[in-house]
Design a protein around this ligand. Structure first.
Ligand code: BES
Ligand code: MN
Ligand code: ZN
Length: 478
């Protein structure tokens, strides 16, 4: 990948800072104070303040805290401030126990969101004469109780931004092999075992989905396998599976050209699981984790698969391709089957920018969550809420089984009801084609592929659901 051109932020924790300390001091507006505009205020004596409104205790939530923190960074950046001063003592005093659990939780949340808000993808831009407007230092005013969350928050934020860099990199520079290479690079120096299967190995195993989708591109497919086994040897791993379509043209069932450039982001599920396992290793979690990424480019060409073709998955099921643009489920079926065949997971989580239908269902503020097991769904929803990567559950009922029953093959890759319930049909396909028997949750992150209005995040990859995955690896017990 190209140089991100982003400096890393220095965090300082001080019990007190003098009034003359350089930088913009964050202040929450007094009750009844009239503000022309929220943001940076320059006083005549040279002091600078970032004045923002903080909600009343009853209206404040963890969700609002997230956007408030990002707003601070946004204000600082837009007026070119390099250093901000923020009192954690003050902020913590305003937080109720339903917003944050302890000082460490607050600092971590604050820093992760500072990192996310400072992010901008400028790797392909020339540096302006007066430099980029990135924040460089944050001075926290607070006692030592805030110390422990600093490293944690930064590592999580960096993980999120790694995923965004991978996504925002143009597909010409991020082919399946390059994605694998970047995954290897990110895990260098960490106790993460990296492997990537090439075409021949996938042929030997019988991964017809990945091979079929990849056969139309000159950029050959591969299958990334990362293992971080720092937990007890007898503990079953959590296996994360991420869709790695480095560019999705739709293939022979080609997409309209309008907006097609966004399909360089169709590998964000894969980037999420790579970022999550790397972050788990950086955090030194005592857990067993596996990340699997089928990486392909979906291209139309003389060698591409056609509608009507039938592919045989690693699971043994035959998959009837009715639409070559429903490619994510074809490669994920192999990857989910691989998870069951080579590991004995206590939980499998698939993450994918799988369907436009998920966006139709949910808009832009939540990913779709599928899990047959109510307890898994409830845990994931709670962790999602805490992490800031929100999800909303959709059904996987057997009433939908018929949607994906094949005529020529065992399963068909589009739902029989067409545009109705498309996200559910895709999840059903994964269930039926991979013959998954382990506890499983599926996240269709298409609604959260790019940042939404009100997120206060840069355009491009939003970073969901990396925070959720990391939290899951930290907290999941079952
Ligand atoms: N990668 C797309 C889904 C997508 C679309 C994600 C827009 C984010 C934004 C996926 O491969 C796809 O093309 N799905 C089709 C499925 C259909 C052909 C059954 C879709 O959603 O239209
Ligand atoms: Mn597609
Ligand atoms: Zn796709």
């Amino acid at each position: 990948m190209r140089d991100t051109q982003r400096p890393s932020i220095t965090y300082v924790l001080a019990s007190d800072v003098g009034q003359d300390r350089l930088g913009a001091r964050v202040r929450f507006a007094y009750e009844g104070e009239t503000l022309n505009d929220e943001g940076v205020v320059r006083h005549e004596d040279g002091r600078k303040e970032i004045v923002l409104r903080y909600g009343t205790p009853s209206e404040m939530t963890r969700r609002k805290l997230v956007t408030l923190v990002r707003n601070i960074v946004k204000s600082a950046k837009s007026s070119g401030e390099k250093r901000i001063i923020l009192s954690l003592d003050d902020l913590y005093g305003r937080c109720s126990s339903r917003m944050v659990s302890d000082p460490t939780d607050l600092v971590s949340l604050v820093i992760t969101n500072i990192e996310m808000a400072n992010y901008e993808f400028v790797a392909y831009k020339s540096k302006p004469k007066d430099g980029w407007k990135f924040l460089e230092e944050v001075v926290f005013v607070g006692t030592v109780r805030f110390m422990d969350g600093i490293g944690h928050g930064r590592l999580v934020g960096n993980g999120v931004n790694l995923m965004r860099d991978l996504g925002n990199t143009p597909a010409f520079d991020l082919t399946p092999r390059r994605l694998a290479f970047e995954a290897e690079l990110a895990s260098t120096g960490l106790p993460v075992k990296f492997r990537a299967l090439g075409v021949e190995e996938m042929q030997t195993l019988g991964m017809g989905g990945v091979l079929g989708v990849g056969v139309g591109s000159v950029n050959k497919p591969c299958f990334v396998i990362m293992e971080y086994m720092a937990g007890p040897p007898d503990e079953k791993p959590i296996v994360l599976v991420g869709k790695g379509v480095t560019f999705d043209t739709g293939g022979i069932s080609i997409k309209p050209s309008e907006g097609m450039e966004e399909m360089k982001l169709d590998m964000l599920g894969g980037a999420s699981v790579i970022a999550a396992i790397v972050t788990a290793a950086r955090l030194g979690l005592k857990k067993n984790v596996v990340a699997l990424v089928p990486a392909v480019e979906n291209m139309p060409s003389g060698s591409a698969i056609r509608p009507g073709d039938v592919l045989t998955s690693l699971s043994g099921k035959t998959m009837e391709v009715l639409n070559t643009d429903a490619e994510g489920r074809l490669i994920l079926a192999d990857a989910l089957a691989y998870a069951g065949k080579f590991y004995d997971p206590r939980l499998v989580v698939s993450v994918a920018t799988l369907t436009g239908a998920a966006c139709v269902a949910l808009g832009t503020h939540a990913s779709a969550l599928f899990a047959a097991d109510d307890a898994i769904a409830a845990t994931m929803t709670l962790l999602a809420e805490e992490s800031g990567d929100y999800v909303w559950r959709m059904p996987l009922w057997e009433e939908y089984d018929d949607e994906v029953k094949g005529a020529v093959g065992d399963v068909r890759n589009t739902g029989k009801s067409g545009r109705y319930g498309g996200a559910i049909a895709a999840a059903k396909f994964l269930e039926k084609a991979s013959v998954i028997t382990h506890p499983w949750a599926h996240i269709d992150m298409a609604p959260r592929m790019t940042s939404a209005d009100g997120d206060h995040l840069a355009k491009g990859a939003a970073g969901d659901p990396v925070r959720l995955l990391v939290r899951l690896l930290e907290r999941y017990t079952a």
